[in-house]
Design a protein around this ligand. Structure first.
Ligand SMILES: Nc1ncnc2c1ncn2[C@@H]1O[C@H](COP(=O)(O)OP(=O)(O)OP(=O)(O)O)[C@@H](O)[C@H]1O
Ligand SMILES: [Mg+2]
Length: 962
């Protein structure tokens, strides 16, 4: 610790006066050695640095200083992290620190972007993350964002902080980090700060040299950490203290080696909570059970409202212990973490998911083992040293008041002790891994071309040879990476074969299809897997879609596509390494009985379905999950598969379907020349109609699978509560649905009878009555959201001098709204002719004359409005345009209904099977209009958006890049 700041440090008075940004000990400053060293190295002069310092040395604060300093100089700030949980933790922290004082409390100035979505400080979807003043993102998401729109723009006004930058050496995820950093290296930055705890000296030097950063290396910890390696006749001690690393030494004292006894010892020492690191998920359950049998239930904890908590876990919690692993739902994990912070549990049995970079209060830790089963070697092998040290480093963190950290591990014999000794040794670090290898070229090459980073084979090779991995590979071997060239060419050929790239005599260009594939992050083979299916079976499958006349078989179709997703190349080795995995638990006992698979046999992606039990079992679970089944039902489907596993599989499949939907939607635009499309998406393909029809259907299934709810309940996810929780949980919605009150008019009904049903569905927890909150929220459904977007739109309108157009769109009803819509289109240079001039009442209102602007067709439109802000356009009105167009003799023309303020929640599903019909709500139309004014959307994009069958949402508009 240091009590002064380095002489040249230029932290602003505001930073110095903010206690969270400047820790003090009485009147003195109190900063860590790493923090001091960073300031001393010129952090506040905009110097770019690589900070390598042990765990819990306050590296995050160094990042915040860079942020504050940058913001004060008018720069933007981008904070990149290794995974989603970390992104949301840091986003919360950043909001608390910077939103008020630095950003004038503007919630849109801060955005968090991860694979789960892009939201701003108001908790709502945000469409222009790159224009945010502060952006927190995962590496992968940021790469996708900046390479989506061609060559990356100038980033010379951005301060980057890259947390856990050692991820660059990770064998599965390093490649994306490295590619991103290669891009940033080319575009430049204002300041770049890399933060890492676990890097060897050589790796750190190489990385710093490659990015032209000054290396700031600090070896001492701020809090002492002791690791004891206990064995039959002694105790090996590794200690790292603020004074440095002590040499490893052996004490003759023999100590407890039984797990439960060691846990008890730490509990007695008040080193709580104690974390027991488990190498396998099953160990978490088994070891927790063993410990719990020795404990009495001493408390009776109540789960928070809406948390679907495992019954066994609750029993453990009442005995002051818990487990924590990837099979728990996110909400369960968050709850366990809360309990650890509150000291409601003393002992937690966890896999390394708990260890990854998140700042947790741990008193001490025990390694139940430190070896994992290696399937190739068929033996147990020690975990990597960096993993061991990172796990151990969770203990004894600053600001936790638990004194010095202690970690226990045991060795069974002399060879074991030698291995453990290597893991424990604080003075040596694991060599940085190599991020990019030829097997990764597949997923990288498409990014290079789609991101406009190169246009020839040689260019691609030059880029790959300029990566850090290439220079390290060259150093290791023959001095160059010529041997990479054939691998690279092979991947380029593959992308040409899958219609992502086109090669002319002297250059390579990326097709619209290729761009869409690159944005989606999918393997091109996955998209083809769906295209081939839809080409062959689309027509037949389309017959099962709901229409205004028939209910359809939506659940069955969802099953088919969930099954198809699990059979797709993302989960296999086709087209390169797997990008997603199905947990082995789904196939532990073979295929379970599967009535849907039986019944749908001829329509499935693969037959017979029993050939792949994982996919069939997974689809079975996802189908029930998406139909809103409760935990009990779900956990009985496939033996040993818990809710959390289904939830995480749902996340993967939802991502996949949304991505496929987007690729099909954007690369089959009717206006696009046939030669530029994938062969199956060309107008000459008679099945194109069916393929396109599924684009928005797949997106709807993606949402159903993400939420685990039937379509009619989706609107409930959007309700904005004004209590401690902002949204209803899945369990609460399921219970509303089970009571039969999920329709808006029932949920907002104030009668005694409905009140009673609502109370039953949402029992009081503590003193908070959810039932009333939900009734009120239902009455205001979308109103808040609409007001929010209206305010944003009005602000933007000022920039373009179109205030009147926007306010008319929002305010006008009936005929006058029609005029407002005409004016908006006219302002974009698109003429509208009035079809229903008062003398032809059954005719549609308007013809939007896109064809005159070179688009593939005109669009026939009907404008429907409701006077009240809370009223909605019903299904019958939403589909009227179809018959109206026929009466006017315009049957072949795409039709759309513009709804003000919005459409009833049943509409999107009910129109799934309609040809040519789209529905758009006013907010979304206003958004599209303004994006064209901004230059972020083309007329062709707008045309494609409105002619894709289904509901046209802001979310389907191409991302805004500025
Ligand atoms: N100068 C300081 N004085 C006291 N506590 C501090 C100081 N700086 C940071 N902390 C606290 O120390 C804890 C650990 O900090 P932080 O998470 O930034 O560590 P880190 O170096 O990023 O570690 P890791 O490598 O494990 O991510 C936090 O709770 C933080 O609030
Ligand atoms: Mg950190």
């Amino acid at each position: 610790m240091k009590t002064t700041l380095p002489p040249a440090c230029r932290l602003s008075q505001r930073v110095l006066d903010t206690p969270e940004l400047m820790p003090r000990d009485g009147a003195n400053y109190s900063i860590t050695d790493a923090q001091y060293a960073a300031l001393d190295a010129g952090l506040t002069d905009g110097k770019s640095l690589l900070i390598s310092a042990p765990t819990s040395t306050g590296k995050t604060l160094i990042g915040w200083w860079a942020a504050a300093n940058g913001l004060e100089h008018g720069k933007k700030f981008v904070y990149l992290v290794s995974h989603r949980a970390l992104a949301s933790q840091k986003f919360d922290e950043i909001q608390k620190l910077f939103r008020g004082p630095w950003l004038g409390d503007d919630p849109h100035a801060l955005v968090c972007a991860t694979g789960d979505g892009v939201i701003d400080g108001s908790g709502r979807a945000n469409s222009s993350p790159l224009s945010a003043t502060i952006l927190v993102a995962t590496y992968e998401k940021y790469l996708a964002l900046i390479s989506a729109g061609g060559p990356p723009q100038d980033l010379s006004n951005v301060v980057f902080v890259c947390d856990e930058i050692q991820l660059i050496g990770d064998s599965s995820r390093g490649k994306h980090v490295e590619l991103l950093l290669s891009v940033l290296k080319r575009t430049g930055w204002y300041q770049f700060i890399g933060l890492s705890a676990v890097m060897d000296d050589i790796g750190a030097q190489q990385l710093a040299h490659w990015l032209n950063l000054s290396l700031v290396k600090v070896d001492t910890r701020e809090k002492s950490l002791t690791i004891e390696g206990r064995w039959r006749s002694g105790n090996l001690i590794a200690r790292s203290t603020p004074n440095g690393i002590e040499p490893l030494h052996n004490l003759p004292t023999v100590k407890e080696m039984e797990l439960n006894d060691m846990i008890q010892e730490l509990v007695d020492l008040e080193k709580k909570p104690v974390i027991v690191f488990c190498m396998r998920v099953d160990d978490c359950y088994d070891l927790a059970e063993k410990w719990a049998t020795t404990q009495a239930a001493t408390q009776s904890v109540e789960a928070p409202a809406g948390l679907d908590l495992d019954a066994g876990l609750l029993q453990l919690i009442n005995k002051r212990c818990a487990f924590h692993n990837a099979e728990l739902s996110e909400a369960e994990r968050a709850f366990v973490e809360e309990l650890m912070k509150d000291k409601t549990v003393d002992v937690v049995f966890a896999t390394s998911t708990l260890a990854a970079g998140v700042n947790f209060p741990l008193g001490s830790a025990v390694f139940s083992r430190w070896k994992r089963w290696d399937f190739d070697k068929r033996e147990h092998v020690p975990i990597r040293r960096d993993e061991f040290q990172n796990m151990a480093g969770r203990v004894g963190r600053m600001g936790q008041g638990t004194g010095e950290g202690i970690v226990l591990a045991t060795a069974r014999g002399a060879p074991d002790l030698a291995l453990l000794q290597q893991l424990m040794d604080f003075s040596t670090r694991e060599t940085l891994g190599v991020g990019i290898t030829p097997t990764d070229f597949g997923s990288l090459v498409i990014q290079l071309f789609a991101g406009g980073l190169c246009t020839t084979r040689d260019g691609a090779f030059a880029l790959m040879s300029s990566t850090l991995s290439a220079s390290r590979e060259a150093e290791k071997g023959v001095g160059n990476v010529e041997h990479w060239r054939p691998h690279l060419n092979q991947q380029i050929d593959r992308l040409i074969n899958t219609h992502c790239l086109i090669e002319t005599k002297n250059r390579i260009v990326v097709t619209e299809f290729g761009k869409a594939v690159a944005r989606s992050g999918l393997k091109p083979e996955t998209v083809e897997h769906f295209l081939h299916y839809l080409n062959e079976h689309g027509e037949q499958a389309a017959q099962l879609l709901p229409t205004p006349e028939q209910k359809g078989r939506d659940d069955d179709l969802l099953f088919i596509f969930a099954h198809g997703s699990l059979l797709s190349p993302e989960f296999t080795l086709t087209g390169g390494p797997r990008t997603r995995n199905i947990s082995y638990r789904f196939n532990r006992y073979g295929a379970v009985s599967n009535p849907q698979a039986e019944a749908l046999d001829t329509l499935l992606f693969e037959r017979p379905w029993v050939a792949d039990p994982s996919a069939a079992n997974g689809a079975r679970a996802l189908s029930e999950w998406a139909a809103g089944a409760d935990r009990e039902t779900l956990e009985q489907l496939v033996p040993d598969v818990r809710l959390g596993l289904i939830e995480s599989m749902a996340r993967d499949v939802s991502w996949l379907l949304a991505a496929v939907s987007e690729v099909i939607g954007s690369s089959s635009s009717l206006t696009l020349a046939d030669a530029a499309r994938h062969p199956l998406l060309r107008s000459t393909n008679p099945n194109l109609l069916h393929i396109r029809k599924f684009s928005r259907v797949l997106r709807r299934y993606a949402v159903r699978i993400a939420y685990g709810l039937p379509s009619e309940c989706h609107w409930l996810k959007e309700l904005e509560l004004h209590g401690p929780a902002r949204r209803l949980t899945r369990m609460q919605i399921v219970s509303i649905h089970q009571k039969g009150i999920s329709r808006p008019h029932l949920l907002m009904d104030g009668s005694v009878e409905m009140d009673a049903l609502r109370q039953e569905a949402l029992p009081k927890v503590g003193r908070v009555s959810y039932a009333n909150q939900v009734r009120d929220a239902a009455r205001n459904w979308k109103v808040d959201q609409r007001r929010h977007f209206r305010r944003r739109h009005e602000k933007k309108a000022v920039m373009h001098g179109v205030e009147n157009i926007i306010s008319d769109l929002y305010d006008m009803k009936g005929k006058r709204l029609e005029t407002a819509v005409i004016n908006a289109f006219q302002d974009l240079g698109i003429n509208c002719s009035v079809l229903d001039d008062g003398t032809k009442p059954a005719w549609p209102d308007l013809k939007i004359e896109f064809a005159a602007s070179g688009m593939a067709s005109d669009i026939v439109a009907e404008v429907k409005s409701k006077e009240r802000e809370t009223a909605l356009v019903p299904l019958n009105d939403a589909i009227e345009v179809v018959s109206a167009a026929a009466i006017a003799g315009l049957s072949g023309t795409p039709v759309t209904t513009i709804c003000s303020p919005g459409a009833e929640p049943s509409v999107p599903t009910a129109i799934s099977g309609c040809n040519h019909l789209s529905v758009v709500e006013l907010v979304d139309l206003a958004e599209a209009y303004l994006r064209i004014k901004d230059g972020n959307l083309t007329i062709a994009d707008l045309h494609n958006w409105l002619t894709t069958p289904g509901i046209a949402l802001t979310e389907d508009l191409p991302f805004n890049n500025f």
